[in-house]
Each structure stands twice: as structure tokens, then as C-alpha cells.
Design a protein around this ligand. Sequence first.
Ligand code: 5GP
Ligand code: MN
Length: 332
Amino acid sequence: MLPIQDCLPLLQTPKKIFITTHHKPDGDAIGSMLGLALYLRKKGHTVTAVSPGEIPDFLEWMPSVDTMLNYEATPELGAEALKKADLVFCVDFNDYNRTKHLEQLLSDAPQPKILIDHHLFPKPYWDYGLSIPEKSSTCEMVYDFINLAGDNALIDKDIAACLYTGVMTDTGSFKFPITTAFVHTMVADLINRGLRPTYIHEAVYESWTTARMKFLGYVLIERMEVFHKYGSALITLSRKDMNLFNVQNGDTEGLVNYPLSIKGIKFATLITERSDEIKMSFRSKGNFDVSNFARLYFDGGGHFNASGGRTKTSLTETVTYFKKILTDIHPK
Ligand code: 5GP
Ligand code: MN
């Protein structure tokens, strides 16, 4: 993979650009995709931003979200945009399999591909790119890319809102150790460009439905198990639970973090029963590497303190398997 500055000559003349991100996108995925799209449009390029699937409700307010395609809903439009593109940007993922239904199309696409991502162990698929696991978020890296191109002055309040969203969500609101002084310097710059942080915090974190709040109460009382011996806690959600509370897309976001507020809990897991797989989310505080844990036992990966994985077995089998691993490895 060539350094990302080597792709800048390709952007000297107007291009058709396809940008995508990972399946089940979060704030950093959509923030980096839309922030980059808005910037590249300002540079005179024609940009199509394509999410592999639907986006959570708490991101529906984002600037230019209405210009984005949902590949799952309109695969023919997404495929056409990719076919017509001169260049492809991939943000916030580093393995085509993270895009689910787009995987084959992306790997077959002949155009030059550019990666901007902060996950560990990138696949060697990209022609140009930035892959820096020490970065707080892909949004921080899009900010770096814009500056590298000498275009800081093009960052307006909409681009700032997109980039801030990803940094805010990936740093747990500027709390995780990955929140460097540079992150705060970047945010200061975004505020100078018209960013309204309070508006974004409210839009993302304080726009719950009553049903979602009650679901949280139910989950913490009925579905959370705490294993103090292992400094660990587990939340298990069945389809039945989610149907009972009519759980919407995005309503389970952040659930996995709650047990980490219990004194002594350093490793939290959320197991969710989906229609096609069992989805695992892992979070840790301190020196327990959940990226490695996800890769070793659950066909996944991610970051040192936040990762995900999956199984193809049943919910009950997954829970049993998980508890067996917990007793075997004694994370505490
Ligand atoms: P989440 O629990 O929110 O799905 O994922 C937490 C973090 O791990 C996110 O940064 C996400 O992109 C990453 N992640 C989740 N699942 C996988 C996976 O299967 N492979 C890799 N490499 N990263 C993952
Ligand atoms: Mn990210």
C-alpha cells in the first residue's frame, strides 16, 4: 500500500468517487464517510457514499445523510455507482468481509482503492492508504487527510459535524485513553469552524424513545450477569427480548458499555441474537486485549479495548462457550 499522499495527484482533476464503510455502521463509519464525501464534493468531485446496509436512527440527523445510498435497499444503484467510479475510498474498515453484501463487488472492482482506517491488521487490498491503529477514530484521520491536502480552510460546519460525531463516539465522548491532545486540538479547530458540540451530543445520545429507555432497564435487571471473580460481565439478548420491546435499529448501541461502570469490571460482553448469526461485542478497560480475544475465539477483531465477533451456533451454545472461555482464561 502506497502512502496516501501519493493518491493526491489523482484528485487534481474532477473524478467520480465511490466511498463506502462497514456493515452496521456506527458514528465513526458514517461520520468519516459523509465528512470525506462533503469535502471531496467541495473539491469538485462527483461522490457517491454507499452504506452497506441501513444506518441507526441516532445518525439520521447527519449532514447530507439523504444523499447516501443504502446498498441493501438499492443494490443496483450501489453497483452502478461503483462501476462508474474512477476511484474508491474505504473508510473505517480494513477487510472487505466487513462490508457483508458489498464484499465481492469491492474485491472485483478494478479501480484504484484508497484506505483510511484505524483497525488493527489491515488486509493488503488497497493501492493507497492510511492505516494507523493509534488514531482515535477514522474521522480524525479524514481530518488529517484534508490537512495533508492543504485544505483545512474547506472544513465547514457540516464537515466539522460529521468528523466530530466519529471522534466523539469512538472515544466514548473523549474519555478513552486514545483521546490524545491532538484530538482536543482538532476539536478546537472544528469549533472555530462553526461546530456546535452540544447539538451533536443531544442528537446522538439524548434522542431515545421511551421504549428504548425501558428496554435498557429490563436488560440491566434481567439480562446482565456479573462475574466479579473474573472482573467481567455479560449481557445476552435474544430475538424474543428484542421483539418484546420492539427494539429498533441502533437501540442496542452502547449497551455493552454499561457494565464497565461497575467497580472492578474491566471486561464487558454483549451477545445479540441476529437473524443470520450471533453477534458479539467486547469492551475492556485497561490491559485486557479484546481485539485478540475476538480474533482467537469469535472470528472477529477490532481494537485493543473495543472489538466484535460472531458465531454461527445458537444463542445458548454461544453463551455456554463464552462462559467456558471465561473460566479457562481468567481475564482478571
Ligand atoms: P461493535 O461491538 O461496535 O460491533 O464493534 C466494536 C469495534 O470492533 C468497532 O470498531 C468495529 O468496527 C470492530 N469490529 C466489530 N466486529 C469486527 C470484526 O468482525 N472484525 C474486525 N476486524 N473488527 C470488528
Ligand atoms: Mn472507528
